[in-house]
Design a binder for this molecule. Structure first.
Ligand code: C2E
Ligand code: CA
Ligand code: CA
Length: 504
């Protein structure tokens, strides 16, 4: 102030003043030096304006505009400003920065079960924990909902070290956020998923892109089973783009009649074919034959599994009808895979019933393959639906048995006809004694429960022999036949028609 007065003869600015009552308040002050005719300063004239109200109003506006009211963290707008600043300053410094996109796992479930107030408490505690993990210069922001962003700056000029630092901090955040929470009267154990990306001006990234990259990586972290950290890499972007294209194609596939069922034989120890499993294939107009592992998970994610699943069921039952009219094939059973979502549709039972009555087939020829995850998803719904379908005469097989929870408790509650030993065990016959023991245990269990047992993925004579020795007398696998189009399957059935020699 004095320097300015000496140099320019005046000063203006904001100061903190104190009133007689001791209140500190901001004022706007203007000081002018008054000189006599010899240019000597004789007085100073000062005028001041109380700006207290404007100041606090401004602070409030700023608080509202740039901070999240629930957690007091920066909001999206302030994050945007910080990001802009980092991009500009890193142009000269070449310092790397990292953006961590953090999403609370199962937050919706918590909100739905314990209510929004409890959800808010969690968000506030998460905010505090996040703030405790970072340095002064870093930014913690809440984008909304259960989405948080941590912006780490000045991570050094080398991408490798910057990534390592971000990785350390990211894992610290994972650890801290998975400590128990006290939410009112509730104890809560949560976790989070983090997507991260390292950037600076030189990487040429726009603000939008940076956030999007971290977001993509976060989804990959979620997909990997949650409570995980993933860094963005360009392959993720490529995968997403490919997925978008695939999804668009998949939406057309039904209408364009591009699906086909393949049939894989199920044979007895005597070599008789007793039926088949229907396995879907996609005849893609440009990419050729696509296997289900490449599109069923996507169809499940986007809900297309519902119409696709219905098509499979319809097509399989139509095939059973054709078989029923031919003496060579009328004994064949057909197993159909049913997805979780498909089974848990409110009208699934009605759908099956309609298809059965439209095709007028013997329901006992149809076998629905369910998985353990389908049961676990909703045990009571599963039990009710299975019993209703069972009464109609439909059969059930538990697919991939041994890979899930394999709880004895539900096994006895479900009207199952068959357990299917998963191919991962079968393929370890002669390789991994513990898996061979699991197979023996499953077979014993099945016999005690009065069910049937089939092994899938049987590829070698050694595997088949072990299974037969242990009293598993039904097989499916490449040793007998690959999944093939209907004409080939029917040719196979003709060829292996029981002959007198085979029947002994
Ligand atoms: P899954 O139900 O476990 O089907 C068995 C898979 O093992 C099939 O793969 C089959 O081709 C393969 N396989 C059969 N024998 C052997 C063998 O000896 N060795 C080996 N290594 N593999 C064998 P696919 O056809 O690619 O189907 C993969 C999965 O896609 C199926 O697994 C099933 O979960 C799903 N899927 C197939 N069709 C449908 C469908 O119509 N609806 C639904 N929801 N899912 C389906
Ligand atoms: Ca299956
Ligand atoms: Ca299986």
């Amino acid at each position: 102030m004095w320097e300015s007065i000496k140099r320019t003869g005046g000063w203006k600015g904001e100061i903190w003043n104190q009133s007689k009552s001791g209140n500190i308040y901001p004022e706007y002050m203007r000081i002018t030096a008054v000189q006599d005719k010899n240019n000597l300063v004789t007085h100073y004239v000062s005028t001041s304006t109380d700006i207290g109200i404007t100041k606090s109003a401004l602070a409030e506006v700023e608080q509202l505009a740039f901070y999240d009211s629930l957690t007091k963290l920066s909001n999206r707008r302030l994050l945007w400003e910080r990001l802009k600043l980092i991009l500009t300053t890193s142009y000269h410094s070449n310092q790397k920065a990292a953006l961590l996109f953090i999403d609370i796992d199962h937050f919706k479930a918590l909100n739905d079960t314990l209510g929004h107030e409890i959800g808010d408490l969690l968000l506030q505690q998460v905010a505090q924990r996040l703030s405790s993990c970072v340095r002064e210069d870093d930014t913690v922001a809440r984008l909304g909902g259960d989405e948080f962003v941590v912006l780490l700056t000045n991570l050094g000029t080398r991408i490798r070290e910057a990534t390592m630092l971000a990785d350390v901090i990211g894992h610290e955040i994972l650890r801290v956020l998975s400590q128990p929470y006290q939410l009112g009267i509730h104890n809560y154990q949560g976790s989070s998923s983090i997507g991260a990306t390292v950037f600076n001006y030189a990487s040429g990234d726009k603000k939008n892109n940076i956030l999007r990259q971290a977001d993509i990586a976060m989804y990959v972290a979620k997909d990997s089973g949650r409570n995980a950290l993933r860094f963005f890499d360009p392959q993720m972007q490529i995968n997403i783009d490919a997925r978008v294209v695939l999804e668009a194609d998949l939406r057309l596939a039904l209408a364009e009649n591009q699906f086909e069922l393949y049939y894989q034989a199920q044979s007895t120890h005597e070599g008789r074919i007793v039926g088949a499993e229907a396995l879907i294939r996609w005849q893609h107009p440009r990419r050729g034959l696509i296997f289900p592992d490449a599109f069923i998970p996507l169809a499940e994610d986007v809900g297309l599994i519902i119409p696709i699943g219905r098509w499979v069921l319809q097509t399989a039952c139509t095939q059973l009808k054709i078989w029923a009219d031919n003496a060579h094939t009328q004994h064949l059973q057909l197993a159909v895979n049913v997805s979780v979502q498909q089974f848990h549709q409110a009208d699934f039972v009605t759908q099956v019933q309609q298809i059965l009555s439209n095709t007028a087939i013997n329901p006992a020829r149809l076998k629905l393959e369910l998985t353990e995850s389908l049961v676990i998803d909703s045990v009571s719904d599963t039990v009710v639906k299975m019993h209703t379908l069972k009464e109609m005469g439909v059969r059930f097989s538990m697919d991939d048995f041994g890979t899930g929870f394999s709880s004895l408790n539900y096994l006895t509650r479900l009207p199952l006809d068959q357990l299917k030993i998963d191919k991962s065990f079968v393929q370890n016959i002669g390789v991994k004694p513990s898996d061979m023991m699991i197979i023996q245990t499953i077979i014993n269990l099945v016999h005690n429960l009065n069910m049937e047992v089939i092994a899938e993925g049987v590829e070698t004579e050694e595997q088949r022999a072990f299974l037969e020795d242990n009293n598993c007398l039904l097989y499916q696998g490449y040793l007998f036949s690959k999944p093939v189009p209907i004409a080939q399957f029917e040719a196979l059935v003709q060829k292996i028609e029981p002959t007198p020699e085979m029947n002994g």
